[in-house]
Design a binder for this molecule. Structure first.
Ligand code: ATP
Length: 925
């Protein structure tokens, strides 16, 4: 067959052995899937596992540990071959082996973590899998886009991506954006006729290409190419692995560890120098032997200064965060969003469907010069229509008939007898009104009303029209936002008379305002008689003018009951909710008042035309205080986002239509609706609401804050340990100038392996549990954090103070033990356990921004387990001979265990107590 665009559609169908009416059978589709493969781009080579593993060894922290292991080996070699101190040499070997084991363990955890993060992200990705509407076995069904095969009949609508290369079979006002292939930003009009010459891709107007967006209209098409055999596949360079997906916190931590590494290196040299000076002063010279001995404290310091577990715990906690959000029906696409969500200070939300139920019902209408009220609820065709004024009962059927014909929705009764709506909810409400007045579109079509053209609704134009043909000739029926419609209306039908609009304008505008102030969505219905030529060939602009107003519908869309509470919660959390709607300003204001988005009737509402008049600078002046934007088009949303961002605000913005995509991309958190959103908005969004509910945004923000708070808590815990370890060792190097009892002056207060143990076991496990913690009670009463501030903001003082106090306590314990005549391993063990228990007590303090007394210590089961395990295992390693040899620990007298368990609790409780008193004096406790 020659190129499908040069071939008649019937020929194309024949050559693909398919049928426009029935589609492929499931069996044939499966066979073709085996033959042609899945409809997806081939991924680039994944980085091989061994490369990922090797990469973990190039981390700066790991390099320092390697150096420490190397120094320990040097020490061991010297002992074995020079001094013959086999015991000391063996200890040094254990040290080196343990450090290397730790490096391997760390690499292993980091490696598996990277793989499982990758997997979780892939799982999240698959939840947002693209789908296509395809005809199989004579039925339309939604299948994953990857399952499309050549010959499939698909249908596409505004907001869909075209998921394969296709030849159009029928189109309705179809426009497609193919910028990704042609660079042409303007949408292209599509048609179905065969072209009679070879033309470049951008001119093949009867073809659609994989990855293009349907910006207008709809179509039915046959798939001609899939996967790599599409135009996109031909030009696509293989999709490589996503490059740097680290979040800002992860990058901040990477920067921090680099700084710590520099500090570690300086401290290693510093302690080495101090030890050498001490040796020199004591012995009057420095032998090689003395040099080797001085290495021990330096190795310990190198290990102490590094928060080994921090990066790993961090990425685990972020990944878990993303999974928790998904459980709460909020799907984030990257880990970045988890973090940004917590810093959000403005949430700009669509009204319909997010803040309201999107269950629209016409409760009033104005037609033929009189007002009517409509009874009934839901989608059942039952409900009286009665005039508000019994003496004024003109015929309203022209209005209702037009509203029903100019309409793409339908309502069907299912097997249980429930009425189920299909299509645009505004149109559904008019269909139901039609049923109450005994008009049905299908019946009208069977009774001589033929719909020959449809100009679908779009929220920029805010209009929808159909061209119909009946025994009365050709007519265009237009409906839409009243203010837009009135601009192209000439006459009004009033008690069966055509009256010029100018005469009735005030009355009609008053009616629109009256409906809007009752929180009703308003919609004008019009008609116009036209000739055949205009009917067949007229452009949208030519058709939608000189209209006659038949009536105005007032449609209620009740607010979602739970939103009011969410808005209040957000207000307490310092987060402002902004309503952005295509509806009338008065409707928007009435709903905003009911939801608590604004508190008083005089609150400023900016509408689309006002926005058009405003410069960016003027908008910036209003944007921080305005809470309601009405009659906006999607293009305005981007301006609102940018104006807020100019004030350094972090903005989350919802959107559902295709034109919302640029605003979603511009927002810090673009939010798409999982149920009613278009594929294009889901693609542009960072957060997808699986249930389309506003409360899911609130929950996601809360989860984002919780995760960020937990990250800060465990960072604080980890860093305090590092500061305490380093200072303890430094205190030893600087202040112990001569031997104390059995303890030599050059020995470190903690052996390198003890430091490793603290970092890996007694510190990391509780830190990890802190990453899972529940939110603090007042989490949503705090203002949002400033994203531009350092992650360590407000923590440096606390880390320094507690680190210093803890080091002092450990140092004091060591001195006490040395003075009591304990051996070096015993004194080191006292210091080791004091540090371990100091950290374990502090883990409970780290849970709160305030003090240890602010949280119930028993409500984090994981933390209790982690602390229990760390406490028991740390005591056991001092009692079991094997560990005594490996780690340099020694059993202590029983009373001493009591001392090391409880003494280090004192600083935590004293500091917390002082802080609690101080907070109380400030009235904040
Ligand atoms: P929100 O932001 O509250 O979700 P929206 O921006 O989606 O609302 P639109 O759906 O664009 O609002 O509707 C804007 C106006 O367009 C409505 O107030 C109504 O007057 C009109 N309108 C809505 N749906 C239709 C339709 N199917 N046909 C004609 N006019 C419509």
């Amino acid at each position: 067959m020659q190129q499908p665009y040069r071939t008649h559609k019937a020929e194309v169908l024949k050559s693909l052995d398919t049928d426009r009416q029935t589609g492929l059978t499931q069996t044939v589709a499966e066979a073709r899937q085996t033959e042609y493969g899945p409809n997806q781009m081939q991924r680039g080579e994944q980085t091989p596992a061994w490369k990922m593993l090797l990469k973990t060894f190039t981390e700066p922290l790991v390099i320092i540990l390697f150096v420490a292991a190397g120094l320990a080996l040097l020490n061991a070699g010297y002992d074995f071959f020079n001094t013959g101190d086999v015991e000391h040499g063996r200890a040094a070997i254990y040290e080196a082996v343990a450090i290397i084991a730790l490096i391997l363990l760390n690499a292993g955890i980091a490696f598996f973590q990277a793989r499982s993060t990758q997997k979780s992200l892939e799982a999240l990705e698959s939840m947002t899998e693209r789908t296509a509407n395809v005809m199989r076995d004579q039925d339309w069904e939604e299948v994953p886009a990857a399952q499309l095969v050549p010959g499939d009949i698909i249908c596409v609508n505004t907001g869909d991506f075209i998921e394969a290369d296709v030849r159009f079979l029928s189109v309705s006002e179809l426009q497609v954006n193919e910028a990704h292939l042609t660079g042409e930003a303007e949408p292209i009009n599509k048609q179905t006729h065969a072209l009679d010459e070879d033309v470049p891709l951008g001119d093949r107007t009867n073809m659609g290409y994989s990855g293009s967006m349907v910006t207008h209209g709809n179509a039915i098409a046959v798939v001609t190419g899939t996967g790599m055999d599409t135009e996109l596949g031909h030009i696509a360079t293989l999709l490589d692995q996503v490059p740097d997906q680290r979040t800002p916190i992860e990058r901040a931590v990477a920067r921090l560890t680099k700084v710590l590494m520099r500090i570690a290196i300086s401290l290693v040299f510093f302690t080495l120098a101090v030890e050498l000076i001490k040796t020199y002063v004591e012995n009057g010279g420095i032998s090689f032997d003395a040099f080797i001995n001085s290495l021990s404290p330096s190795i310990a310091i190198a290990v102490a200064a590094i928060p080994d577990a921090l990066p790993v715990v961090l990425s685990i906690v972020l990944t878990i965060g993303a999974a928790t959000l998904a459980k709460n029906r909020g799907l984030v696409k990257t880990l970045n969003s988890v973090e940004t969500l917590g810093a959000t200070n403005f949430i700009a939300s669509d009204k319909t469907g997010t803040l309201t139920k999107n269950q629209m019902t016409v409760t009033r209408f104005y037609a033929n010069g009189a007002t009517f009220s409509v009874e009934g609820s839901g989608y059942a065709p039952a409900g009286d229509i009665s005039p508000v004024d019994d003496n004024d009962t003109p015929d309203y059927t022209g209005f209702v008939r037009s509203a029903v014909l100019n309409n793409e929705a339908s309502v069907h009764q299912d097997e249980q007898g429930h009425y189920v709506p299909y299509g645009n909810p505004t149109d559904v409400s008019l269909t139901v009104l039609g049923h109450k007045a005994e008009f049905d579109r299908d019946q009208l079509q069977n009774n001589g009303y033929e719909i020959i053209r449809v100009l679908p609704f779009d929220s920029t134009r805010k209009l929808m029209s159909v061209v119909i043909h009946s025994e009365d000739g050709y007519q265009v029926l237009t409906k839409g936002a009243p203010d837009v419609v009135l601009r192209v209306t000439d006459n009004v039908l009033d008690h069966d008379q055509f009256v010029p609009l100018a005469e009735k304008k005030d009355e009609i505008e008053a009616k629109i305002l009256e409906f809007a102030e009752q929180a009703l969505r308003t919609l004008a219905v019009t008609c116009r008689t036209i000739d055949e030529d205009l009917a067949q060939n007229g452009s949208m602009e030519e058709l939608e003018q000189q209209l006659t107003l038949l009536g105005i519908a007032g449609i209620i869309d009740p607010p979602r009951p739970e939103v009011k509470q969410s808005v209040a919660t957000l207000r307490h959390a310092g987060i402002a909710v902004i309503m952005i709607t295509g509806d009338h300003a008065a409707t928007a204001k009435a709903i905003a008042l009911r939801l608590g988005i604004i508190q008083d009737n005089d609150a400023e509402v900016i509408d689309g035309p006002m926005l058009d008049q405003m410069s960016d600078a003027q908008l910036r002046d209003h944007v921080l205080t305005t809470r309601v934007y009405a009659r906006v088009s999607p293009e305005h949303k981007q301006r609102i986002v940018q104006a807020l961002q100019a004030h350094k605000a972090v903005v989350a913005m919802t959107g559902d239509g295709i034109n919302d995509a640029p605003a979603l991309r511009a927002a810090d958190i673009g939010i798409a609706m999982g149920i009613n959103g278009t594929a294009v908005t889901k693609d542009a969004a960072d957060l997808i609401l699986l249930d389309d509910k506003f409360t899911t945004i609130t929950n996601s923000v809360e989860a984002g804050r919780t995760i960020f708070g937990n990250i800060r808590n465990f960072m604080r815990q980890e860093l305090i340990t590092n500061v305490a370890e380093v200072l303890t060792l430094l205190f030893g190097a600087i202040f112990i100038l001569s031997d104390i009892g059995k303890v030599p002056s050059t020995a470190p207060i903690l052996s390198a392996l003890m430091v490793l143990w603290v970092n890996m076991i007694s510190d990391s496990l509780p830190s990890f549990a802190l990453g899972y913690d529940k939110p603090e009670a007042d989490l949503m009463q705090q203002p949002p954090r400033d994203v531009h501030e350092s992650i360590l903001k407000g923590m440096v003082g606390r880390i320094a103070l507690r680190g210093i106090v803890m080091a002092a306590v450990v140092f004091a314990s060591f001195l006490w033990a040395a003075n009591a005549g304990y051996t070096l391993p015993m004194a080191q063990t006292v210091a080791f356990l004091t540090l371990v228990f100091g950290q374990l007590w502090h883990a409970f303090d780290a849970r709160s921004n305030k003090t240890i007394f602010h949280r119930n210590p028993f409500d984090n089961g994981r933390l209790l387990l982690a602390v229990g395990f760390a406490a028991t295992s740390s005591i056991l390693v001092t009692m079991i001979p094997f560990f005594n040899t490996v780690m340099g620990t020694a059993p202590l007298p029983p009373i001493c265990y009591l001392y090391v368990i409880f003494f280090p609790a004192i600083p935590t409780f004293v500091i917390s107590g002082i802080k609690a008193l101080w907070l109380r004096s400030k009235g904040a406790a």
